[in-house]
Structure formats: structure tokens, C-alpha cells
Design a protein around this ligand. Structure first.
Ligand code: FUB
Length: 443
């Protein structure tokens, strides 16, 4: 890792702000995202993958390793604030802190309090007298911290991947996976079951986990990652029903399994400011090890009859990017079939992100939804990492600047006729040659 990369990560952490596009959180791994809307903001509760610490030789190097949770929030889905660590395994008396097993969490709000649900491996000698994964609760009066863990996990819940649903009548439910998929009513205190666990049946055969249940237009959606056959990886699927604990009828796929083989996928679905979003994960910042994952977001759409349209994963993700921010074109909306490619900036530090390589005349990269504001932008700066050639900067197809580069440089040129508002940006090769571009920014 170079001094430049360290400075970049340090600056991002210090500001508590991370950037838009997929993956949405940079500088650290985030997986199993549960998104919730509290007080008009989106809160993101992911698990926190880390590489197994070198001073813990007993931990498997090829498995999940998670010792704590962060929470992130945003009011525009593009700039995220990291509120820091909200719970660590050492704070929970019943958790075996040698196991680094703080897996997929959820958070629910009820009657002025926030309930953070998390699975973890119990201590062999703990009060539970059980072995394996159970689900605990930590409680706070705010969504972004102050969580105090209860001294016992929830009795009767043996498994992982908790998900909650608060129905319109205020009744809370919890769902989890472990020996099948289950759900149960929660007591008003949100800490105990109020009914026997119900097995969610009639789902297709194969390995399933990570249930996420939500309600829309009076219908209950039971959604889940599913591996139909050995040798495959997790797709995202769903079933629908008329009551919170089923029965549910299987409806189909939300997202195909990934062609680039991240074995897990784990998701949540949330409505925010009138649009629906799918939060999921992929191993973008860890291409060689799929247990170090990163959260992505894409829009999700429903058909008239309430069924879900399949989501095709994108790198562009969601939200509007300000023209005055560094625009990472490699998170593209469209790439020309020939002469355009994306590569890591630094294969010894994947968190440094990606670059766009344009290597043929007319090759292009298009990045949609850039907000050019209302004030006259005068110049554009490009971070060129290598190469020689002429770049044409276009807004909705019209050339607004030409950049001629012959080396790695930060180069600024004047722009003209910049429109107000949100438009699509394209950078195309206007000559022979090859240029490696990190980002572009208007001033
Ligand atoms: O993150 C650990 C496990 O991987 C989760 O509990 C599963 O849902 C899968 O994403």
C-alpha cells in the first residue's frame, strides 16, 4: 500500500464519509446488509468481514471472520456516514469471542427503542447450555450507537441471519435460518418469542439462508438466498403470502447467482423516498477470497400484480453523483464493446479502486445521473494514470471538453456549454492510443 492510498483511506475514515456507486462502502469490508429507514434516513447494518488476524492461528483463514459491527447512514444513498463500531463480540457475555462469528444482523424500532439482532457462536460454558449459533439482542434509544447487549440470547431461536418485521398492527415477528427457515411472533419487549417457531415450508429444495421479510400493498414477501444444486452459488429468490408466518408461495428469482462466483449473497429490500432498493453483497474488493465482501445497492421494481422484476447487478449503483465530486467512471452505466476495459488501480491494494482503460478510437465509458448544478462550471480535471491520447468529454452526447494527455498526470482543461441539472456523462477516445483514467471532476 502506498502513502497515497493510506492517506486516502485515512481521510475517508476521518471524514466519516464514504462514496457512492457499487460497492457503496469503501476502505473496509461490509456484508449481509440490512437497510432500515429510521427518522427519514437510511441506516445500513451490515456484518463486518475481516481477514483472520495473524495472531489468531486457530482461526480458519478460509472462512468468515467477524468480530464487530459498524452502522452507516445516508440521506441520499450516495454519501454514507460511518458511525463506527456499535457492538463487539467481547461485549457480549454469552458469545465465544474466540470464534469471530458476529454474522448477519438486523435492527428494528419499536416504541422509542432500537433493537439490534445479531447471531453468534455461544460459549461452551455459557448460560445457554447449548452449542452452536444463537441470536442475541442489543438495545439502544438511538439507531447509530449506544447499544447494550442483553445477557442471554433469545430462548428458542437456534440459528443465524435474524430478520424482523413489524406489522401494521404493531405486532413484531422474527425470522431466522438454521435447520430450515423459521419465523415466530416476538413479545412486545422484542426480546422473547411469543409463539412457537413456525417452519416456513413449500420453498424449493436446496440450501437456503438469510431470510428477509417485508410487506408491500398488504402482501408479505419471504425472500431468501438459495443454492439450488451443489456446485452453484447463492441466487436471491422470493415467495409471497397473505400472512406474516405463511403459507408462502414460491414466485421466482430476484437476482441470478453471480457469474464471478461470490458463494454467498445476502440482501434486504427497502422503500426509501418512494423508490424500492435491493441491498446485497459481492466480493468486489477481494476478488481472490469471497469471504471478504462489500455491500452494493440497485433499484428493484415490482409488476402490477406485486411480483418482483429480476434485478441485474450494476456497478453504477444508485443515486446522483455531483459533478464536483471525483466521478469514478469505472463504475459505469455503459461501456463500448470494443477498446474499453476496467481494471484495479493497484492489485496489491484492492481498496484503491478501479480505472477505465480506453484503448481504441471511439471507445467510450458512459456514467449516468451526474448533477451539474446551476452554477457555471468552468473546467474539468482528469486523473490520468497512464497513456497517450485525446479524450472527448461529452454530456448527453455533446462535446464539452477535449483533454490531450501524454503521461500520468492530473490535467485540467476548460469546459463550455455545461447544462444545468442531471445528465449523462461520457468520455470517449478521440484519437488512436490508450489512456488509463482514474476519475474526472468538474470545477
Ligand atoms: O456472513 C456470514 C454468513 O454468510 C451469513 O450469515 C449468511 O447469510 C452468508 O451471507
Amino acid at each position: 500500500m502506498t502513502a497515497k492510498h493510506l492517506l486516502l483511506i485515512f481521510t475517508m475514515l476521518l471524514a466519516g464519509i464514504v462514496k457512492a456507486q457499487n460497492p457503496v462502502i469503501q476502505g473496509q469490508f461490509t456484508a449481509d446488509p440490512t437497510a432500515r429507514v429510521f427518522n427519514g434516513k437510511i441506516y445500513l447494518y451490515p456484518s463486518h468481514d475481516i481477514p483472520a488476524p495473524a495472531d489468531k492461528p486457530k482461526l480458519r483463514k478460509d472462512w468468515f471472520c467477524m468480530e464487530d459491527y459498524h452502522v452507516f447512514s445516508s440521506d441520499n444513498l450516495t454519501k454514507w456516514t460511518d458511525h463506527g463500531v456499535i457492538l463487539t463480540q467481547k461485549q457480549v457475555n454469552w458469545v465465544n469471542a474466540d470464534t469471530y462469528s458476529m454474522w448477519a444482523p438486523d435492527c428494528a424500532y419499536k416504541d422509542g427503542m432500537y433493537y439490534f439482532y445479531f447471531p453468534a457462536m455461544v460459549k461452551p460454558d455459557s448460560i445457554t447450555k447449548r452449542f452452536g449459533m444463537m441470536i442475541g439482542v442489543a438495545v439502544s434509544d438511538r439507531p447509530d450507537g449506544g447499544f447494550v447487549p442483553m445477557t442471554e440470547p433469545i430462548k428458542g431461536v437456534y440459528g443465524i441471519d435474524p430478520c424482523t418485521l413489524i406489522d401494521d398492527d404493531g405486532q413484531a415477528y422474527i425470522y431466522w435460518s438454521g435447520r430450515g427457515m423459521h419465523g415466530a411472533r416476538l413479545k412486545p419487549n422484542m426480546l422473547q418469542l411469543d409463539s412457537k417457531p413456525v417452519a416456513i415450508e413449500k420453498l424449493p429444495k436446496g440450501m437456503k439462508e438469510g431470510p428477509f421479510v417485508f410487506k408491500r400493498n398488504g402482501k408479505y414477501y419471504f425472500t431468501f438466498p438459495w443454492v439450488p444444486k451443489e456446485g452453484e452459488t447463492e441466487n436471491l429468490s422470493y415467495a409471497m403470502g397473505d400472512s406474516p408466518l405463511g403459507p408462502f408461495e414460491y414466485k421466482g428469482l430476484i437476482m441470478d447467482q453471480s457469474p464471478t462466483k461470490c458463494w454467498t449473497n445476502h440482501h434486504s429490500i427497502v422503500e426509501y423516498k418512494g423508490e424500492w432498493y435491493l441491498f446485497y453483497h459481492h466480493n468486489d474488493f477481494s476478488p481472490k477470497f469471497d469471504k471478504n465482501r462489500s455491500v452494493r445497492i440497485d433499484k428493484i421494481h415490482f409488476n402490477e400484480d406485486g411480483t418482483i422484476q429480476k434485478v441485474i447487478p450494476t456497478l453504477r449503483g444508485v443515486g446522483i453523483t455531483n459533478a464536483t465530486d471525483e466521478i469514478q467512471l469505472d463504475r459505469y452505466s455503459k461501456l463500448s464493446k470494443e477498446g474499453a476495459a476496467i481494471a484495479y488501480v493497484d492489485t496489491t491494494n484492492y481498496f484503491a479502486g478501479w480505472k477505465t482503460i480506453l484503448s481504441a478510437k471511439k471507445a467510450y465509458v458512459q456514467y449516468n445521473d451526474v448533477d451539474f448544478g446551476t452554477t457555471g462550471l468552468k473546467s474539468v480535471t482528469a486523473q490520468v494514470l497512464d497513456g497517450k491520447g485525446k479524450l472527448l468529454v461529452k454530456i448527453d452526447g455533446k462535446i464539452v471538453a477535449k483533454i490531450t494527455t501524454g503521461k500520468d498526470e492530473l490535467i485540467t482543461v476548460p469546459v463550455h456549454d455545461i447544462p444545468n441539472g442531471v445528465h449523462n456523462l461520457t468520455v470517449a477516445m478521440g484519437s488512436k492510443g490508450s489512456v488509463e483514467l482514474d476519475w474526472l471532476k468538474f470545477e
